[in-house]
Design a protein around this ligand. Structure first.
Ligand code: NI
Length: 158
């Protein structure tokens, strides 16, 4: 496992669409492990592969307070949303900043796990926000496109 360099806003890779994963090769398994290590090291709650410069549809998320409940999503798709929440959001690709973004309060995601078995996750509040934020990265979008008002300084990041 290794900590990878996190790309920051302004790096053109972050605006590109990531490609579907067809097979979890040893190289992709290593990427997933590195993404988890990189996310925990940076004290984030989510990281998309594009943020370490790899244009593959892979996301890792951990919103648990202890950081011991990782979720790995391969080729994730949002299949249902409801409600709305408005709150602070940040990103490891824009360190030290946050802004107010409105997201659904409930999100259901279909994805594949590391064995390429289909899985469905449901999340509310922070987890729902993280699903939306990270899946946006896979389509080349950053939360700053959705910020209401202006960005400000923060210690939180996703
Ligand atoms: Ni982000």
């Amino acid at each position: 496992m290794a900590i990878r360099n996190i790309r920051e806003m302004g790096d053109s890779v972050l605006t590109k669409r990531s490609k579907e994963v067809t097979e979890v090769t040893p190289k992709i398994a290593e990427l997933i492990n590195d993404m988890l290590e990189t996310m925990y090291d940076a004290q984030g709650v989510g990281l998309a592969a594009v943020q370490v410069g790899i244009l593959k549809r892979i996301v890792v998320i951990d919103v648990s307070p202890e950081g011991d409940d990782p979720i790995v999503l391969i080729n994730p798709e949002i299949i249902e949303t409801s409600g709305s929440q408005t709150g602070e959001e940040g990103c490891l690709s824009l360190p030290g900043k946050s802004g107010v973004v409105t997201r659904p309060n409930y999100v259901k995601v279909k994805a594949y796990d590391e064995e390429m078995n289909e899985i469905v996750y449901e999340g509310t509040e922070l987890l729902a926000r993280a699903f939306c934020h990270e899946i946006d990265h896979l389509d080349g979008h950053m939360y700053v496109e959705k910020v209401e008002g202006s960005l400000h300084d923060s210690r939180h990041s996703e």
